[in-house]
Ligand binder design. Structure first.
Ligand SMILES: C[S@@+](CC[C@H](N)C(=O)[O-])C[C@H]1O[C@@H](n2cnc3c(N)ncnc32)[C@H](O)[C@@H]1O
Length: 310
């Protein structure tokens, strides 16, 4: 059987504008961008956004491709036991970034995933990215509670299908669900499961799924290598930021040393001046003690002292 030829597509060559930490999604940016560009979701919902690596890539694609997609990021922006708990600075930084670029088609919903359900019609979501708490129970609940919201074109992305430690259970749910729906699975960058839930998914995505079925290692290898490029870029930026911080620390330390040297020099100057003054006084005292009038008046001073003692 001849293998279907995989079209080389510029949508996989995205240069992400938002490269942040944590970067565990970095390696999926090429596939995520390709998927949004080809699937053209009318409504895209992300459950779990944190600093916005994945959501940034989705929004960037919607904007550069001029898509008619409405995007929603749902998160308490408080963290969880796997992502860690964090303060408001994460939401403040991301919402400032987001609001200056994407408000014409995107909204940040700061609430729980369950609370957000009320804001979406049944059968309306074309692309759902589940990336919240990663226990089996949590991710199963997220999938099942959002299932009625999915459209007939729906695709669901699961991040972290390839993490088994620390109580992660996405892999277990993935094993169950992937039996029932056509899918693709990438194992790099903690793993990404792509579940084609709807029965009316467009031809370009279905063609990619056929390529995947025919040669999974080829499709996985291509996106893993493209993803590696973004991971490298992210690691480089992180190293640059660390080195900049170190440089600033060094500069601060050098400024402290200069300050301390100046204080030491000032102290030495004061001691020297004091010693000068002391030597002067000693010299003056010597002159007085050895002077003729001092010696002549000595018996009088002794008499006065005796008189004072009584
Ligand atoms: C793994 S992080 C998301 C990573 C993100 N997609 C990225 O690209 O870096 C998980 C996020 O889900 C949020 N979260 C977990 N469970 C939640 C829930 N039930 N409702 C709202 N937010 C939740 C946490 O606050 C955390 O920011």
């Amino acid at each position: 059987m001849t293998q279907p030829t995989m079209p080389i597509d510029p949508d996989i060559l995205i240069e992400p504008q938002r490269v942040v930490q944590p970067a565990s999604w970095a390696g999926h940016v090429p596939f995520g961008a390709w998927l949004v560009a080809k699937h053209r979701p009318r409504i895209l919902v992300e459950l779990g956004t944190h600093t916005g690596f994945s959501y940034g890539a989705f929004c960037q694609t919607v904007q550069t491709k001029g898509l008619d997609t409405r995007c929603y990021a749902v998160d308490t922006w408080a963290g969880d036991e796997h992502a860690g708990y964090y303060d408001d600075s994460i939401f403040d930084e991301f919402s400032t970034y987001h609001d200056s670029r994407y408000t014409s088609f995107s909204r940040l919903l700061r609430m729980t995933f369950d609370e957000a359900l009320d804001y979406f019609d049944e059968g309306s979501v074309d692309l759902l990215h589940i990336d919240g708490l990663h226990t089996y129970e949590a991710v199963k609940h997220d999938f099942e509670s959002w299932l009625p919201k999915l459209s007939s074109r729906a695709i669901v992305l699961f991040h972290d299908t390839n993490v088994r430690e620390r109580g992660f259970g996405v892999w277990r749910l993935w094993d169950e669900l992937s039996e029932h729906y056509p899918n693709l699975r990438f194992d790099h960058s903690n793993g990404l499961g792509v579940l084609l839930v709807g029965s009316e998914i467009g031809e370009e995505v279905m063609a990619m799924q056929r390529h995947y079925q025919a040669s999974p290692e080829l499709v996985r290898g291509m996106f893993s290598q493209l993803g590696q490029r973004i991971e490298n870029e992210s690691a480089l930026r992180q190293a640059e930021a660390t080195s900049l911080k170190r440089h600033e620390l060094l500069e601060h330390r050098e400024a402290l040393i200069v300050e301390r040297d100046a204080a030491l020099a000032e102290r030495d100057r004061i001691i020297e001046a004091y010693e000068h003054e002391r030597d002067d006084l000693k010299r003056q005292l010597g002159h007085i003690v050895n002077s003729r009038s001092w010696r002549v008046t000595q018996p009088l001073r002794r008499l006065a002292a005796r008189w004072r003692r009584g």
